[in-house]
Design a protein. Sequence first.
Length: 400
Amino acid sequence: MNTTKGNRLHIGFFGRRNAGKSSVVNKIIGQELSIVSSTPGTTTDVNQKSMELLPVGPVVLMDTAGFDDIEELGELRIQKTYKALERADVAVVVFDNSMLRKDDFEFLNKIKEKNIPLLVILNKADTGMMNEDDFEKLKCFTDCIIKVSALFDNDITAKFKNALIQILPEDFIKEKPILADIIKPMDTVILVIPIDKEAPKGRLILPQVNVLRELLDIGAISITAREKELQQALSKLKEPPKLVITDSQSFKTVSEIVPDSVALTSFSILFARLKGDLKTFINGAEKLNRLLDGDKILILESCSHHPVEDDIGRVKIPNLVQKYTGKNLIFEHYSGHDFPSLIEGYSLIIHCGACMTNRREVLNRINTALKNNVPITNYGITIAKCLGILERAVKPFKLK
């Protein structure tokens, strides 16, 4: 299976119009991802390319519109550029040899505020170099600065990879495990996988595939079953399993079948830990006990999909939360990379499992929520909380 975008290092290329971002990106990937023109503002949207960048590994390169766009749709393009920054694990800012301006420093400061590793590329070295004063100012933001000519350099990719390795975030170099810190070789783990309307025909959903693959890498014994076969699967074991992992939508049925002595959690909670911050999500779920009539709840879905009948984010969770709280609540939904610019009016944010986005974007959303004093939690934790089994569902992780 190919590495999905959500599990790839996201590298965002930013800069002013006509600084040569697209030319640099095209040279790195060895093909034309973006149209190149001397006319400023040729790149009008975020162009993405998934690739293997050895020895770094699987990455997504994001070529963005200039943050100084002044065309009729410029403001919308700039908004998309800033949204791309929200999911960038690494920011690459491309400058030419012109003098630095106010908007350059504004963008660099935004990167610094978000604590995103920064690589600066000084392009158009064949036509001259940036003045020394501006060069020294750039060094206040990063020591990682390379000089290239997208037109004439044949070793841009090598220069780029060498610089990238210097600034890779620690959590990418040392990949976070899904289960490897709590499951040992030869442990038995049961995966409860319902086949419902949202399950893609002939395939498993991404969290199930990722968990199964890691269990195979660990050397654990994996058993898969639907809810209706779970009881029989348990009875066939000579010893109880180390852990049972279920789809969150089957939490109630599975929790009644699995003995209390056996550890139980869900795929969504595993991904809350992998992609976000489990403690913050657990604390956020406490807000469910304090909601009032008329409170607004924001539901975030990382993937864009056509809602199906009984959709988890648009039907099941709202119904479950309404029933648990006994309140008349207002639910608003955003999907994909969309995120409201103002969140102060929300009483709670409920995020999906985030299997289709990267950890950087989820952490940025968590940070935004905390700065605005808006509690944030996730699908699996919300479901477990409403069913009264949250304490059991997070017990395997030994949180302090």
